[in-house]
Ligand binder design. Structure first.
Ligand code: ZN
Length: 125
């Protein structure tokens, strides 16, 4: 074994691609050990701060309904999967209100819903 000490360029920086652009997780805010401290409302959705989650955003937040579905499934969602709120209430994250769909199913579902309710999507007035 030849020592590679001191050589530059041997270090791999292979944090997963998901974490691109992220800084190291800050632990200072977690000293009480309670993850609930990171639960916030963002618009219509509830998000939870889990910087280590592969789908968390730049600030380390992941939407709660995704977490609920993942916990139910026992695995992470794929990029093509979406979690739909059956009753349309985006902060009702009970598992019985959530439905797993593919991205394609989900967007066509919503397109149909909007047409049904007479919303003009591609609206030329
Ligand atoms: Zn939906």
């Amino acid at each position: 074994m030849v020592g590679v000490k001191g050589k530059s360029g041997v270090y791999k920086r292979t944090k997963s691609v998901w974490n691109k652009g992220k800084k190291c997780p800050q632990t200072s805010m977690e000293k009480n050990g309670s993850w609930k401290g990171g639960r916030i409302r963002r618009g219509k959705y509830i998000s939870i701060k889990i910087p280590t989650h592969p789908m968390s955003d730049k600030s380390g937040y992941i939407k709660e309904h995704i977490l609920v579905m993942e916990k139910y499934l026992g695995r992470y969602l794929t990029k093509d999967e979406r979690v739909h709120h059956i009753n349309g209430i985006k902060d009702d994250n009970r598992i019985e209100n959530l439905k797993l769909m593919t991205q394609g199913e989900h967007s066509s579902f919503h397109r149909k819903e909007e047409l049904k309710h007479g919303k003009k999507l591609f609206g030329k007035d």
